[in-house]
Design a protein around this ligand. Sequence first.
Ligand code: AMP
Length: 181
Amino acid sequence: MSKTPAFSIKDNIITIPNYPKEGIMFRDVSSLLENPRGLRETTSIFAQKLKVIKFDKIAGIEARGFVFGAALSDRLNKSFIPIRKKGKLPRKRISQDYELEYGVDTLEVHESSVANGDKVVLVDDLIATGGTASASVKLITSLGGEIVASLFVIGLPELGGVDSLESQKITVITLCEFDGK
Ligand code: AMP
């Protein structure tokens, strides 16, 4: 009987040099999703890694964190919390600013999404400086939740985000890593 060939997440991520600006190597997770096995294989590995972690909810960061986070919440029968850019959530919400290279951006979450004591897993496509993830951690924890793990398809360890989350005692799981920016 023929065996399903092994699947490499990293081999399915296309790099676009100098996008969106000079010097950035853009790691495009949408090429992974173009492979019909991409989302299923990624979700399976995340689900496997979460087997040893007790948690209640999954929070995905807009927009690519929604794809992986929502698939995982379906697979594991957990509720999904959208963390969105400013001005998109209709119900009572809280906001958290975070620094970009040039300027400031804001993430928001519905207050009712997190109950006191909820154990939450955070999901995004990529961690670079960790600014986006740290703002998300602040949103969840200020509502009384606890981030018990953070999952990223891609890690760029040289940019310091993984170290920054780990120094906040947050477990970081990345499925592949790339050097540089
Ligand atoms: P950061 O807040 O610096 O950790 O950046 C993480 C967010 O920016 C993620 O939501 C990524 O989608 C996006 N991002 C940052 N750097 C890259 C890159 N080199 N390639 C693709 N996406 C990136």
